[in-house]
Write a protein that binds this ligand. Sequence first.
Ligand SMILES: O=P(O)(O)OC[C@@]1(O)O[C@H](CO)[C@@H](O)[C@@H]1O
Ligand SMILES: [Mg+2]
Ligand SMILES: [Mg+2]
Length: 284
Amino acid sequence: MSDLWQNAMDHAVAIARKSGELVREALRDDRKVMTKSSSIDLVTKTDQKVEQLIIQSVREKFPSHRFIGEESVAAGETCDLTDTPTWIIDPIDGTTNFVHAFPFVAVSIGFYVNKQSEFAVVFSCLEDKMFTARRGGGAFCNGEPLQVSDQEDVRQSIIATEFGSNRDVEAVDKIFSSLRNILCLPVQGVRSAGTAAINMCLVASGCVEAYYEIGVHVWDVAAASLIVSEAGGVLMDVDGGAVDLMSRRIIAANNRTIAENLVKEIESFSPTRDDTPPPQVNHY
Ligand SMILES: O=P(O)(O)OC[C@@]1(O)O[C@H](CO)[C@@H](O)[C@@H]1O
Ligand SMILES: [Mg+2]
Ligand SMILES: [Mg+2]
């Protein structure tokens, strides 16, 4: 039987590769930086250019599809996931890395229908690694199948996490308290690639056992979630329940045992959800 979304997936791979070329060129010539919500929430013209490139090209081919894009939401678009086919785009996951030429930068494209992930593309464009997954069809890197690690012992694991862009002292204290608990289990190592999408692809590749973070956005994790689950991994909320992509909290692990070990150590908190409507402005 032919795959209903094969055409769309082929387009996602092609446009991610083209976007990656644009990112690589910009890395040589143009890394002028602007800020969004704070002095450490960075954006560049390349983030905006890549998102426009992806949205325009998809719109031409699939005019009825919808979008959730990081830079479009920053510009005031809503962040609602409906049953309509929706492309969830992070044009550059790892903008801070990009600005500093730290070599982990990804273009992330997730595709959802009826709120279910159908396919995913994460292009780690400086490593030239194209991660793909199709629901029920497995996960791949440059065409090679991916499989999570079979490690069951958290003490023999590497755990990835990030510090995010929230510098609110209470949140930072919780982030450090969780990190301290996990380090002292002890685990064999803690790593940060600087991009949620690549951290999750490392879980899918079996290089790290798990990744967790509070503060991610839906566009950081929408694509890589399918890559992890199709590589045999699990997704969980930091409190142990089902993951909710809009909640800004995630554990992506090789198996439930490792994920549940992390749940016990993480001091959870709840950032403002991605699907919270912006405050109403009254024009009297
Ligand atoms: O802003 P960007 O570069 O797309 O997102 C990158 C990032 O800061 O977002 C997450 C936290 O929001 C982190 O996991 C990751 O490092
Ligand atoms: Mg991101
Ligand atoms: Mg981004």
